[in-house]
Design a binder for this molecule. Structure first.
Ligand code: ATP
Length: 860
C-alpha cells in the first residue's frame, strides 16, 4: 500500500481507525491476534542439545575424549578392566558440561530479562485515552503520540505534525533530520527519504511533536522487510574478558609444554603410552585455564541481575567494569539530584514580590499557563514538571484559557534555547505572543528585565521562570522577529527539593574517591545553592556557566577542570566537552542524560546513564546504563555493584589459577622425582571439573564487602593480577602442590605395602588436593581475616564446600566408587593427616593477611 499518496482521512478509513479516539481496546486485542506482535523475528535459539554439545567443543576436551575412546577399545580388546576409566572420563566431562550449560543458561536468561526491561514503549490513544504500552503491543490502526526523542515504534502515516523532524539515517543514510508534515500527499513513486508524511520504524523524532496512525508492524514494516540486513551481533566482550582470554592462552601454552614434558618422561619410565597420554591430557584439561572468560561472563551476568534489582539496568556489559573504575560522576540536577516535583512558591515583578491572588499575580500565571504544553484531564495534569507546577497554581483553568485564546503557533522549548514561545489568537483579529523561559535569556528578548530580582530568587535555590508577552496586529513570519521587543511581565519561583538519598550518596562518592559534579541548565545561583546543600560545592570548588565555558578553549578547560564541580546554564553540547576534559586526565566518567541532544555526551562518557522515567528513547538507546528511578543515588549504588562484581571475578580467577598451579605442580614434581604418578587421570579430572567448579561459582556470588566504597576507584588499565595477586596465586599454588605431594609421600612411604603401586599415597594426595582447595576458597573471601569477614557469610559457599567434601568422601569411602576411582579406605590416623594438611593453606594465608594488614596500618 502506498500510504504516502493517500490523504490522512483516507488512511484512517482504510486502517479502520478514528483520528481522535484511536482504536478501542477490543479492536486492538483482535488485531494483535491477527497481525501478531510488533517485533522483528529473532534468529532461532540453538536447541538444548546443540548447546550441550557445544560444551564439549574445547580442543583439549575433544582430545581427551578421543584418548578415552582409544583406551576403551584397547582395554576391551585386551580384556582388561581398564575400560571403566574411559567411561568415568566421559561421565566427569558430561557432568562438567551440565554444570556449564546450567550456568550459561542462567547467564543468558539474566541478559534476556535485562533486554526486556529496557525494551521501548509507545504512547497511544485507545478508546480516547492516552496510554503507555509496550511497543511490541502496537497494531495497525493504532494512533501513536510522538514526542521529541521518541523512537518511531512502527511504520506510521502522520496525521498531526508540529515542527516535526525525524532522524532516518539508518534507512536513508541521510544524517541530517528531515522535516515531516501531516497535510501533504506524495506521489506513489516518491523515494523513501522524501516521503514527508510517513515515518518508519527505527527512525527517531529529532524535534517537535505529532501523531500518526500505524500502517505496519513487526516484519511487515520497512525494516522488517530488510531484516536480513540486520545481523545478530553477539554481545561485545568486556576488556577484562579479552585480557583474561589472552592470559588464558598464555598460561595454557605453558601448561601444554609441561604436559608434553610429563608425557615424554612417563614414556621413559615405561608407563604404557595410552595411560601416560590420558594422564597428560587430563592434566592439560585441568590446568589450561580456558574457562576464565566464561567465568567472567557468568559473574557479570549474575552481577547485572543484582544491579537491575537495584534499579540500574545495564545495556552494555563493558560498562560494568567501567562502573568499578568510575572516578567522576557528572549528574544533571533536575530530577536526578532533585525530586523533579516542582511547586510554585513565589512570584515577583521588576519591583519586588507579587501575591498570587492579586491582578498582577493572575496575569503572570495565566500567561505562563497558556504557554505550557500540559494536558489537563479532570484533576490530573500531564506534562513537564515545570509546566505542571505552573498550570496547577494558575487561577484560571488551562482548558478554559486554551479555548478562549486558541494557540496558532509554537516555537518549542529546548535545552539550548531555554525558552519557549506561543502565539494565540485574540478577539478582533489580533495576536498575543507569550514567551516563558530562563529569565537571563528571556530578558535579552524584552524591552526591560528584572535581573536583581532574578538573582535574589536564584540564590535561594529557587528555579526561576520569566514570563513576557506582546500583542501584535500582524504576526511576523520569522521566529526571531516573533520573539522580539517582548514586554517583561514577571518571574515565577519554584522549589524542587533535593532527593533525600542524594546527600548521603554524595558523601559516599567522596569516601570512594569519586568526584561528584553537577551539570544543569538552571541558573548558576540556583545550581550553587543546591550543590552546597548536597555537599557537591565545597571548599575551593567553583561554579562555571555555559557562556564562560564557551570562552575557554578545550585545552584551557582541561587545565582548569578540577576547579569546578558545578556547571550551570549549560547546553547538552557542553557536556561532551566536560566529559572529554575529565577523560584527558585519565578519569573514568559517568554522565547522565535524558534528551535527544544528550546522546553524543552519553556515548562519549565511559558510562552513559540515561533516565528511565524522564529519558527519551534516543538517550536510552545511546546509554550504557538506564536508571529506572532517575536517581543519582542509583548511579552510586551501581558503582558499588560494579566494584563488587570486579572483586568477585578477581576472587574466582585467583582461586582457579592457584588450584591449577597446585595440580600441575603435584604431577610435574612427582615425575621429576621419578615417582609413580601421584594422581591418576580420573582423579585429576574429578578435582578439576567437579569439586573445583562448585566453590568457584559460589565465589562469584559473594556478597559485596562492606568496605568496598572506602577504597579508591580501580585504575582502568590496571591488570587484574596487580596488587600482589599474581604473586599470591603462585605461592598458594605451590603450597597446595607441596601439601599434596607431602600427603602422597607420607602415604606411599609409611602406609603403602607396595611403593610401586601407591594406592594409599594417591588417595591421600587426591584427598588433600581436593580438600585443601575447599579450605582455600574461604581464604579468597576477603583480604582480611576470614574470622573477621565471617565464615558463614556466604551461605552458597558453605553449601558448595559441604557438597565438595561430601563428594570427595564418597569417592573414597563408598565401595563401588572407590573401586572406580582407584582409591582405598583411609584409617582414622590417615584421615587426621589429610585433615591437618588440608587446613594448612588457611593457617598460612591467615598469617600472611595479618602481616600485610599490620604493614598497611603502619603505612597509614
Ligand atoms: P537539568 O539540566 O539539571 O535537568 P534544567 O531542567 O534546569 O536542569 P533545562 O531543562 O535545560 O535544564 O532548563 C533550563 C532552564 O530553562 C531552566 O532553568 C528554566 O529557567 C527554563 N525552563 C525549563 N523548562 C522550561 C519550560 N518548559 N518552558 C520554559 N522555560 C523552561
Amino acid at each position: 500500500m502506498e500510504w504516502q499518496s493517500l490523504t490522512k482521512e483516507d488512511c484512517a478509513k482504510k486502517l479502520g481507525t478514528n483520528m481522535k479516539t484511536g482504536l478501542s481496546s477490543g479492536q486492538a486485542a483482535e488485531r494483535l491476534k491477527k497481525y501478531g506482535r510488533n517485533e522483528l523475528q529473532q534468529p532461532k535459539r540453538r536447541s538444548l542439545l546443540l548447546r550441550f554439545l557445544a560444551q564439549f567443543s574445547d580442543f583439549m576436551v575433544i582430545v581427551l575424549l578421543i584418548a578415552a575412546g582409544i583406551s576403551f577399545i584397547t582395554s576391551f580388546l585386551e580384556h582388561n578392566n581398564d575400560y571403566i576409566d574411559s567411561i568415568i572420563i566421559l561421565f566427569i566431562v558430561t557432568m562438567n558440561a551440565i554444570i556449564g550449560l546450567v550456568q550459561e543458561s542462567r547467564a543468558e536468561k539474566a541478559i534476556e530479562a535485562l533486554k526486556k526491561l529496557s525494551s521501548p514503549h509507545a504512547h497511544v490513544i485507545r478508546g480516547g485515552e492516552e496510554q503507555r504500552i509496550s511497543a511490541s503491543e502496537l497494531v495497525p490502526g493504532d494512533l501513536v503520540i510522538l514526542r521529541e526523542g521518541d523512537l518511531v515504534p512502527a511504520d506510521l502515516r502522520l496525521i498531526e505534525a508540529v515542527n516535526l523532524k525525524a532522524e532516518e539515517s539508518a534507512l536513508t543514510g541521510e544524517s541530517l533530520p528531515s522535516e515531516k508534515r501531516a497535510d501533504c500527499i506524495c506521489a506513489a513513486d516518491t523515494p523513501l527519504g522524501d516521503r514527508y508524511n510517513l515515518l518508519y520504524s527505527t527512525s527517531s523524532i529529532a524535534a517537535g511533536h505529532g501523531k500518526g496512525i500505524v500502517t505496519a508492524t513487526g516484519m511487515d514494516t520497512h525494516v522488517g522487510k530488510i531484516a536480513h540486513m540486520i545481523t545478530n551481533q553477539s554481545a561485545p566482550q568486556t576488556p577484562l574478558q579479552k585480557k583474561l582470554a589472552q592470559t588464558g592462552h598464555w598460561l595454557g601454552s605453558g601448561a601444554l609444554v609441561i604436559c608434553l614434558i610429563i608425557f615424554i618422561m612417563g614414556l621413559f619410565q615405561h608407563i604404557p603410552p595410552i595411560e601416560m597420554f590420558l594422564i597428560s591430557i587430563s592434566l592439560a584439561v585441568a590446568a589450561i585455564p580456558e574457562g576464565l572468560p566464561a567465568v567472567v561472563t557468568i559473574v557479570l551476568a549474575i552481577g547485572v541481575r543484582r544491579m537491575a534489582a537495584n534499579r540500574g539496568i545495564v545495556r552494555r556489559m563493558p560498562a560494568v567494569e567501567a562502573l568499578g573504575s568510575a572516578s567522576v560522576i557528572c549528574s544533571d540536577k533536575t530530577g536526578t539530584l532533585t525530586q523533579n516535583r516542582m511547586s510554585v512558591v513565589e512570584l515577583r515583578d521588576a519591583s519586588g514580590p507579587v501575591e498570587i491572588q492579586t491582578e498582577k499575580g493572575r496575569q503572570i500565571l495565566d500567561l505562563a499557563s497558556l504557554c505550557c504544553n500540559c494536558t489537563v484531564s479532570g484533576k490530573t495534569i500531564h506534562g513537564d514538571p515545570t509546566e505542571v507546577a505552573i498550570v496547577a497554581v494558575a487561577p484560571t483553568e488551562k482548558n478554559r484559557l486554551d479555548a478562549q485564546f486558541p494557540r496558532i503557533r509554537e516555537i518549542p522549548f529546548s535545552s539550548e534555547r531555554k525558552m519557549m514561545t506561543t502565539v494565540h489568537r485574540l478577539s478582533g483579529g489580533r495576536f498575543r505572543i507569550i514567551a516563558k523561559g530562563a529569565p537571563d535569556i528571556l530578558f535579552t528578548h524584552c524591552t526591560s528585565g528584572a535581573a536583581r530580582q532574578n538573582e535574589e530568587m536564584a540564590s535561594r535555590a529557587l528555579r526561576v521562570i520569566g514570563v513576557a508577552y506582546r500583542d501584535v496586529d500582524v504576526l511576523p513570519e520569522k521566529p526571531e522577529e516573533i520573539e522580539q521587543n517582548l514586554i517583561f511581565c514577571g518571574l515565577i519561583g519554584m522549589i524542587d527539593p533535593p532527593r533525600p538519598q542524594v546527600k548521603s550518596a554524595v558523601e559516599l562518592c567522596k569516601k570512594a574517591g569519586i568526584l561528584p559534579v553537577m551539570i544543569t541548565g538552571d541558573h548558576a545561583a540556583t545550581a550553587a545553592a543546591i550543590a552546597k546543600q548536597l555537599g557537591i560545592l565545597e571548599g575551593k570548588k567553583r561554579v562555571i556557566t555555559g557562556s564562560a565555558l564557551d570562552a575557554l578553549s578545550q585545552k584551557e578547560l582541561e587545565k582548569n577542570i578540577y576547579d569546578y564541580t558545578v556547571f550551570a546554564r549549560v547546553s547538552p553540547e557542553h557536556k561532551v566537552r566536560i566529559v572529554k576534559a575529565f577523560q584527558a586526565h585519565g578519569e573514568v566518567v559517568a554522565m547522565t542524560g535524558d534528551g535527544v541532544n544528550d546522546a553524543p555526551a552519553l556515548r562519549a562518557a565511559d558510562i552513559g546513564c540515561a533516565m528511565g522515567i524522564s529519558g527519551t528513547d534516543v538517550a536510552k538507546a545511546a546509554s550504557d546504563v538506564i536508571l529506572t528511578d532517575d536517581n543519582f543515588a542509583t548511579i552510586v549504588a551501581a558503582v558499588r555493584e560494579g566494584r563488587g562484581i570486579y572483586e568477585n571475578i578477581k576472587k574466582t580467577v585467583h582461586f582457579l589459577l592457584s588450584c591449577n598451579i597446585g595440580e600441575i605442580l603435584t604431577v610435574f614434581v612427582g615425575f621429576l622425582l621419578r615417582l609413580p604418578t601421584p594422581l591418576l587421570a580420573i582423579q585429576l579430572l574429578w578435582v578439576n571439573l567437579v569439586t573445583d567448579s562448585l566453590p568457584a561459582l559460589a565465589l562469584g556470588v559473594e556478597p559485596i564487602d562492606k568496605n568496598i566504597m572506602n577504597r579508591k576507584p580501580l585504575k582502568p588499565n590496571e591488570s587484574i593480577f596487580s596488587g600482589g595477586m599474581g604473586y599470591n596465586i603462585i605461592v598458594e599454588g605451590c603450597l597446595i602442590g607441596t601439601l599434596s605431594l607431602l600427603a602422597y609421600s607420607i602415604g606411599r612411604i609409611y602406609f603403602d605395602l607396595d611403593p610401586s603401586a601407591p594406592v594409599i599415597g594417591r588417595t591421600m594426595a587426591f584427598a588433600v588436593l581436593s580438600l585443601s582447595q575447599v579450605v582455600h576458597t574461604f581464604n579468597m573471601r576477603s583480604t582480611r581475616s576470614i574470622f573477621e569477614a565471617g565464615i558463614f557469610a556466604n551461605p552458597k559457599l558453605v553449601l558448595a564446600a559441604i557438597a565438595c567434601v561430601a563428594l570427595q568422601l564418597a569417592v573414597i569411602v563408598i565401595k563401588p566408587l572407590s573401586v572406580i576411582f582407584k582409591t582405598s579406605m583411609l584409617t582414622g590416623y590417615q584421615w587426621l593427616i589429610v585433615a591437618s594438611l588440608s587446613f594448612i593453606p588457611l593457617a598460612v594465608v591467615e598469617i600472611e593477611k595479618a602481616i600485610t594488614f599490620r604493614n598497611s596500618n603502619h603505612r597509614l
